[in-house]
Write a protein that binds this ligand. Structure first.
Ligand SMILES: [Zn+2]
Length: 308
């Protein structure tokens, strides 16, 4: 069922686990995530980026999410990911489709970020919708949000405290060393500034959000590489580092790249074995099955199994 309440994030905060923010842009990805959530009895945050909206349309995505969520018992939030376009965020709030939105004004100076975020929080709370905001800047490329390494900066803990107080946002995305995209940490796994995370948590009383936190597991890389992809320079956040960040205040972890790799690997494998197949349902189902497995594994990593 869809839930408007941010209570499940607060519950995760108390229980020291995280809920997955999983990106969707088509029916099969959505089915994979929801089936995994149901099997794991885990709450879910299904999210669409601005790029997903460009691809499939807000109405289409919203209708699919509402349709699938009403048939299952686990709590599901429908969330707008990285709203950098204020008009689109307002459209999402007023659409009656989303249960929560992210306003991302992190590229703006502090005062302007506060002003924009505060206005979105006011509009969203009027409609009973919760808001994720971002302070600090997360490097990398995710759909139409592209931040160069040189322009990225880490979240300042004291500023974070002031930001949450001034904006009254319900969750805060922080920059502590993660990156967006599949090719994020060339040369090895990510190093996160956990000390900074602990400081941020001291100054803020809201659930924190980790973006760009895909694991890029070797097993998933191996599958696509078997069919010609070169992910030798793609690394993610190790399960150990992820666990440490969850223990220190992260309660929402976004995962997109892992799902993309899993889906692609499933399709690759099917089409290579069945080159004469002309039925899209067959290879999309194979992609769906591979994605479901990746999401189930992720839910275990986040600790949200049996928390629905
Ligand atoms: Zn992000």
């Amino acid at each position: 069922m869809l839930t408007n309440s941010s209570a499940f994030l607060k519950k995760a905060d108390k229980g020291n686990y995280a809920i997955g923010g999983f990106n969707v842009n088509n029916m099969e990805l959505l089915q994979a995530i929801v089936e995994a959530g149901v099997e794991k009895k885990s709450p879910l945050i299904i999210q669409t980026s601005q790029g997903a909206i460009k691809y499939a349309g807000i109405e289409m995505l919203g209708a699919m999410v509402h349709s699938i969520a009403k048939d299952v018992k686990i709590p599901i939030a429908f969330h707008l990911d990285h709203g950098t376009d204020v008009d689109l965020v307002k459209e999402a709030i007023n659409s009656g489709l989303y249960t929560s939105v992210m306003i991302d004004a992190s590229s703006k100076p502090f005062d302007e970020n506060v002003r924009i975020t505060r206005s979105i929080v006011k509009a969203a709370h009027k409609k009973g919708i919760w808001v994720e905001a971002e302070l600090g800047s997360i490097p990398g490329k995710e759909d139409d949000v592209d931040v160069l390494d040189k322009d990225a900066f880490f979240t300042d803990p004291e500023e974070a405290g002031a930001f949450v107080e001034l904006t009254e946002c319900d969750a805060l995305a922080v920059s502590i060393g993660t990156k967006h995209g599949v090719f994020k940490y060339s040369g090895g796994r990510a190093k996160l500034d956990v000390k900074r995370l602990i400081e941020i948590k001291k100054y803020t009383q809201v659930p924190l959000v980790l973006h760009g936190a895909s694991e890029i597991p070797t097993e998933l890389k191996k599958v696509v590489e078997q069919y010609g992809a070169d992910l030798s320079d793609a690394f993610g956040v190790s399960a150990r580092v992820l666990k440490k960040s969850i223990a220190n205040g992260v309660n929402k972890v976004n995962t997109d790249s892992d799902l993309r790799i899993a889906f692609t690997g499933g399709v690759d494998r099917f089409m290579t074995k069945n080159p004469n197949n002309m039925d899209p349902r067959k290879y999309l189902a194979a992609g769906r099955e591979a994605t479901k497995k990746a999401v189930m594994r992720r839910i275990d990593q986040l600790g949200s199994t049996n928390k629905a």
